[in-house]
Design a protein around this ligand. Structure first.
Ligand SMILES: Cc1cc2nc3c(=O)[nH]c(=O)nc-3n(C[C@H](O)[C@H](O)[C@H](O)COP(=O)(O)OP(=O)(O)OC[C@H]3O[C@@H](n4cnc5c(N)ncnc54)[C@H](O)[C@@H]3O)c2cc1C
Length: 502
């Protein structure tokens, strides 16, 4: 998904939105962290970006019409959606030999067809068979495949498995990058510029310790995101920005499962929104609106208790009852099924508290209080269910806050430990609106650009809506590429790869 305010797809569908509303929304959430010129460049480029994608690449976007913004009641927010888009299904076999080099889970459905998008998520057998036969995919793989096809069509062949380790600087200009691959070193020269797109630094414990505003555990991204681009930028004197922020996300671990040698995690989003579930900290107390968007929830994990100088809310526990489990499923289980066997379960709340090492009297009192207010379908403590967003991932067959506020009454009761994680960090070199890296004195570092999570996040601490990371990444990646291409220098003619192996 990609979050694109005032996008032409919404306009074509007659959904009202505007530049002014997009900027008002971001501004209302900025807390002084969003640079106005970056917000303006983001919103103002959305139309051009979509037109370019449609003209020059096979990527086609479609609206996920009802997906609300993540803070829809803020000025300029959209409770009824219109800003979140996704790729149309793409035939991955069109990639030829590159199809087999794609990683990640295959999705034959679009988000629009899932319960989130207002569909059932279930395909008729003949439809599924046809999509299998055509290799049609949505989601992240669908988007990447379409963009990769666009690159290949333009004669751009990616190099994989090579690690960029050092920028090559000549006459004050970044002229290339040194790669390492299979124990060999190679310098690749840049005709137009070097774009750092190495993701965040969430897998480097030292950078996490030194820069992030609060604790994280078990990042959800690829473990190769170790901040290499950040270090390269720092070595050439880049100014840094948004370093304390990340795209925060609550996760639980999937015991015994690894990806690329690291712990596999599960994003805990729908489960904490369903009626009949609460989050409690290690003291057995609720501490937040559980149904808030995952990025904002990071703030609740990062609350520091001044008395103990401790993050009492991290990690925490999701507790839910068997009625919730059986009605909605969750954690990979369908309706009517029991939770996975790695979930803690006990016949009573007191027994569950003993299993998860939380004070039993506190947990029982917390659930009693929650159940009493749930009878009135309200959460006087944290306002769960007041926002259209809170209700979106809950039980939409129930009206109002009841779609997410419901009691825990029927044992057995279940619990899973939940960690503050991240989809990726947001800090990196500060850039111009066109992605050109700035040095500590505010001057452009000639020849160097940054995009995606490697650049100083243009949206500060904000996750605007579904696709809030990829929307800005598409826009500023497009702007950086366009600018780099326009400033192609005659100083580095000839083949891009000099083949200087050492
Ligand atoms: C399960 C999941 C679902 C998500 N869904 C969405 C969604 O629907 N919408 C949305 O907006 N966001 C989503 N996100 C977040 C989104 O995927 C990331 O924010 C986004 O991929 C960041 O893009 P990027 O290109 O900056 O970095 P990445 O996609 O992290 O890519 C960085 C790449 O750089 C490589 N790299 C690192 N160092 C080097 C080096 N030295 N040399 C060469 N290569 C290097 C890494 O191996 C990696 O492949 C999701 C994340 C997860 C984990």
């Amino acid at each position: 998904m990609a979050w694109l305010p005032a996008n032409p797809l919404a306009a074509r569908a007659g959904i009202p939105d505007s530049r002014e509303e997009g900027l008002a929304y971001l501004g209302s959430l900025s807390r002084g962290l969003i640079l106005p010129e970056m917000a303006e460049a983001f919103v103002d480029t959305v139309g051009e970006l979509v037109a370019w994608l449609e003209a020059d690449t096979p990527l086609r976007l479609q609206l996920i019409a009802p997906y609300p913004d993540y803070h829809p009641e803020r000025p300029g927010g959209k409770p009824g959606g219109g800003r979140s888009v996704e790729p149309e299904l793409f035939p991955v076999p069109r990639l030829g030999e590159w199809a087999g080099r794609m990683v990640g889970a295959v999705r034959r459905t679009a988000v629009s067809e899932s319960p989130m998008g207002g569909g059932t998520g279930v395909l008729a057998p003949d439809v599924l068979a046809a999509r299998d036969a055509d290799g049609l995919e949505g989601g992240g793989r669908g988007m990447i495949a379409a963009l990769l096809r666009g690159c290949l069509d333009a004669g751009i062949e990616p190099v994989t498995g090579a690690r960029g380790v050092e920028l090559v600087v000549e006459d004050g200009r970044v002229a290339g990058v040194r790669l390492e691959q299979d124990g060999r070193s190679e310098v690749v020269r840049a005709r137009s510029g070097v774009v750092l797109a190495t993701g965040g630094f969430e897998w480097d414990a030292g950078l996490v310790r030194d820069f992030l505003r609060g604790p994280i555990a078990h990042p959800a991204s690829v473990p190769t995101n170790t901040g290499d681009g950040l270090r390269m930028a720092m070595r050439v004197g880049a100014a840094l920005g948004t370093m304390r922020e990340a795209w925060w996300a609550p996760v639980c671990v999937l015991p015994g499962r690894t990806i690329q040698g690291e712990q596999e995690v599960y994003l805990v989003n729908r489960e904490r929104t369903l009626p009949g579930s609460v989050l409690v900290n290690r003291d057995g107390h609720r501490f937040t609106n559980e149904a808030a968007n995952y990025n904002a929830l990071g703030g609740a994990f990062h609350t520091l208790d001044p008395a103990t100088l401790d993050y009492r809310n991290h990690p925490c526990w999701l507790v839910w009852d068997d009625a919730c489990a059986r009605t909605y499923g969750g954690f990979g289980r369908g309706e009517g099924e029991a939770p996975p066997d790695w979930v803690f379960s006990a016949g009573s709340l007191a027994e569950l508290a003993a299993l998860i090492d939380v004070p039993a009297d506190a947990l029982v009192a917390t659930v009693q209080r929650w159940n009493a207010s749930a009878e009135r379908a309200e959460d006087p403590d944290f306002g769960r269910g007041r926002s259209a967003y809170d209700r979106f991932l809950g039980d939409r067959s129930l009206d109002g806050p009841a779609s997410t506020v419901g009691p825990l009454t029927r044992g057995p009761f279940h619990a899973v430990q939940v960690f503050s994680s991240t989809l990726g960090t947001k800090g990196g070199p500060r850039t111009t609106v066109d992605g050109a890296v700035l040095d500590v004195d505010g001057n452009v570092v000639p020849g160097l650009f940054a995009a995606g999570n490697a650049m100083a996040g243009p949206t500060g601490m904000v996750y605007g809506g579904a696709g809030g990371t990829l929307g800005p990444a598409l826009v500023f990646g497009y702007r950086a590429g366009r600018t780099a291409a326009a400033t192609a220098t005659a100083a580095t003619p000839g083949p891009a790869r000099t083949g200087a192996l050492a």
